[in-house]
Design a protein around this ligand. Structure first.
Ligand SMILES: *Cc1c(COP(=O)(O)O)cnc(C)c1O
Length: 367
């Protein structure tokens, strides 16, 4: 237990999730652990090192800077940069032995002009229309192979509605998968090396577990969380949440009927009540739109509401019906407390977003 706000990581749960994926992936598919955005708020170095211990040898990050940071902290294995790196970062790609995504033909030429060998995976756009060379532009893809400084080690695509069970969305996804395989087939027939192939992210695995790729790029589900608690997936995910988020009671106060609590006087006490001030606010990444009873926290195993407006560094809760509350007591915002649990999916639902955003925005301040 630490200072005013902290996260706890349950590495046994991480191990369980890794093992669950290993059992449920096709036999030759390896986990590529997605540890971008500080491993979805979990702490990228701790998570990646633990995954190294569990035999995970491939990682994905969003930026070259994230890859450099992992290397400086002795993370082993392949590290794929999923996003755009600018010219100023090309030297880092080489120095830290990172793999850069080729996001289109023009970008390949930019990378190639750096004049040193760069390891790359080519991204193919099969319908997401974000990054990737168009699957219909075979000539463009072949021009990427012609770049003599690029060592093509893999090819991948990204699914845009893998989380949906709607028949139209399933058709669309099957189309994306087909386009990808067709382009791979075509390249192979023409003698181009295609290297490691990958398509699925978390929901790609949960809804299309039969795909046989070299890697699955697994992010959110590795942390034991789904994007939304409402999602139903073909493969029933038996995963355990890795992260708990906790803070402390700073003070307990009596409030008289008619008195207000917090900024804007949004909350007026209907009766005598006891409130507690908690040492976390939106400056720590706890969403401000959970003000005024939308958010709840666990205290001594009881679910209690946030009252008034959430501040930058603090928030207030109603503890009228909780016994023996004192300054220093631990408050659970995500996680288990005395057999009760608040899941990240629940916090996301209260806040009107997905758990990915709740987790990766966590930004608690160490002393
Ligand atoms: C973030 C990301 C992933 C991981 O997605 P999850 O849904 O968290 O598993 C996979 N692939 C790409 C290209 C990504 O940007």
């Amino acid at each position: 237990m630490k200072g005013r706000v902290w996260t706890e990581l349950d590495m046994n749960h991480l191990k369980h999730n890794v093992e669950w994926f290993r059992e449920n992936l096709s036999s030759n598919t390896e986990i590529m652990a997605v540890v971008k955005a500080n491993a979805y708020g979990h702490g990228d170095v701790s998570i990646a090192r633990e995954l190294n211990r569990q035999g995970v040898r491939a990682f994905a990050v969003a930026t070259a800077g994230e890859g450099v940071w992992l290397r400086e902290n002795k993370v082993k294995g392949d590290i794929l940069v999923l996003g755009f790196s600018c010219r100023e970062e090309f030297a880092d790609l080489c120095r830290c032995n990172l793999i850069q995504t080729v996001i289109d033909e023009e970008y390949a030429e930019e990378l190639n002009s750096f004049g040193r060998e760069i390891r790359v995976h080519i991204k193919i756009d099969t319908g997401m229309h974000r990054l990737g060379e168009d699957y219909q532009n075979l000539d463009g893809i072949k021009k990427i192979y012609a770049c003599s400084n690029l060592r093509v080690e893999g090819l991948y695509t990204h699914l845009s509605v893998a989380d949906s069970q709607d028949p139209g969305d399933i058709d669309f996804t099957r189309g994306q998968i087909r386009h990808f395989h067709e382009i791979v087939q075509e390249l192979r027939e023409q003698g181009y090396p295609t290297g490691k192939l990958h398509i699925q992210s978390s929901y790609g695995v949960l809804n299309y577990p039969e795909l046989k790729c070299h890697y699955a790029r697994i992010g959110i589900a590795l942390y034991g969380v789904l994007s939304s608690g409402k999602d139903h997936t073909r493969l029933k995910a038996e995963l355990e949440p890795v992260l708990s988020l906790r803070a402390r009671i700073a003070a307990v106060r009596e409030v008289r009927p008619g008195e207000s609590v917090g900024y804007g006087r949004d909350f007026i006490a209907p009766d005598w009540m006891r409130i507690a001030v908690v040492t976390i606010g939106y400056g720590d990444g706890y969403p401000r739109n959970l003000s005024n009873g939308r958010g709840h926290v666990l205290l001594h195993g009881e679910l209690v509401p946030v009252i008034g407006r959430i501040c930058m560094d603090q928030l207030m809760i109603d503890v009228t019906h909780v016994t023996d509350v004192a300054a220093g007591d631990v408050v659970t915002l995500i996680g288990r407390d005395h057999g009760k649990e608040i899941r990240a999916e629940q916090v996301a639902a209260w806040s009107g977003t997905i758990s990915n955003e709740i987790l990766c925005r966590l930004n608690y301040r160490e002393e």
